[in-house]
Design a protein around this ligand. Structure first.
Ligand SMILES: C[S@@+](CC[C@H](N)C(=O)[O-])C[C@H]1O[C@@H](n2cnc3c(N)ncnc32)[C@H](O)[C@@H]1O
Length: 308
């Protein structure tokens, strides 16, 4: 276990998350990760989404599975792929990918979490599920390198080709700072994927000025998307797959559950705002913090793209 440099400075966050995460699912499978990111399922191949098509670029595959995407990345990058999973919980998706014979020698995995969870503490049902679906993944050799750190400030030992954050963003005190931190640690052409079951982009607001309400298209994430477009940084987002007839629902940047961004060479992101308040959800209403940032004076993005 390595310690991120700030983890011991966040005792309140650790206490809060120890309580919040106690009853939460922290052992999602590789397949589950794939379905949240791609918004498509291998079982129902007809289902596609803008994210599926965007990530299908790797090795020209029509990828709807994470392990296939990682294999495609390996072929395109021509080097072992470093996958860093932010808020990895028990790290089961990382373990399952590492245990795939097709990915042997092609993948390096790092998990980052406030807690160093032990798979011996998985529930009986979870243990049974992983033993049946992917027996090898339970063995020690497939455990990720685990960093105990706050994802907002963690510094990876080396850049990652793929950074994921699955069912994490709703717990963060400063999600925009996390996006900046993660993007800046991608390799050139690397992929950042942030996904939750329910849309997350609309839980990030500006603090309204008295008498002013911002249109949804002016919320922080839609503005970030606009900034990425202006700088020719590729991305895709959606909150549902196409329907079974192939019709594509409109995807709105203020209502997306999956957002993927590809690192453009020579670029980095900088945060250009600050958090004003972090609202905890009312009991019984799930766990989406509502984070409010300082309202902008102009229509500029709260995250700026900087050319190096
Ligand atoms: C709901 S669990 C999801 C775990 C895993 N991604 C999955 O889908 O099974 C969220 C995880 O994020 C971690 N987490 C929350 N806030 C964090 C932070 N600021 N830094 C690091 N980890 C954090 C929690 O400890 C927890 O393990």
């Amino acid at each position: 276990m390595e310690f991120g440099r700030d983890v011991l400075n966040t005792p309140e966050l650790i206490a809060e998350q120890a309580e919040v995460q106690a009853g939460m699912q922290r052992a999602r499978s590789l397949e589950w990760y794939g379905e949240e990111i791609f918004l498509a399922s291998e079982k129902t191949q007809v289902h596609r989404s803008p994210v599926t098509e965007f990530l299908g670029q790797f090795a020209n595959r029509d990828n709807v599975r994470l392990d296939l995407m990682l294999q495609g990345m390996y072929e395109d990058f021509e080097e072992p792929i470093h996958w860093a999973d932010m808020g990895d919980g028990y790290g089961m998706a990382l373990r399952q990918a590492a245990a795939k014979p097709e990915l042997a020698g092609k993948l390096q995995t790092t998990g980052i979490d406030l807690f160093d969870l032990n798979i011996a503490d998985l529930s009986r049902k979870e243990k049974l599920f992983f033993r049946l679906s992917s027996p090898a993944c339970m063995s020690k050799g497939y455990a990720p390198r685990q960093l105990q750190a706050n994802v907002e400030t963690v510094q990876l030992p080396e850049p990652a080709h793929f950074i994921s954050a699955i069912e994490l963003v709703q717990y963060l005190d400063n999600p925009l700072a996390c996006i900046v931190n993660w993007y800046n640690q991608l390799t050139d052409h690397g992929i950042l994927a942030i996904a939750t079951e329910n849309p997350w982009t609309g839980s990030i607001y500006y603090k309204d000025k008295p008498g002013h309400r911002l249109m949804k298209s002016n919320l922080p994430i839609p503005r970030v998307i606009q900034e990425l477009s202006l700088h020719a940084i590729d991305f895709a987002f959606a909150d549902q797959s196409d329907d079974y007839l192939g019709n594509r629902p409109q995807a709105d940047a203020w209502d997306a559950s999956s957002l993927v961004i590809q690192k453009a060479p020579g670029t980095r992101l900088e945060l250009d705002t600050e958090v004003v308040s972090v609202g905890m959800p009312a009991p019984g209403f799930g766990f989406f913090k509502s984070v409010r940032y300082k309202a902008p004076e102009t229509s500029d993005s709260p995250i700026r793209v900087v050319r190096q």
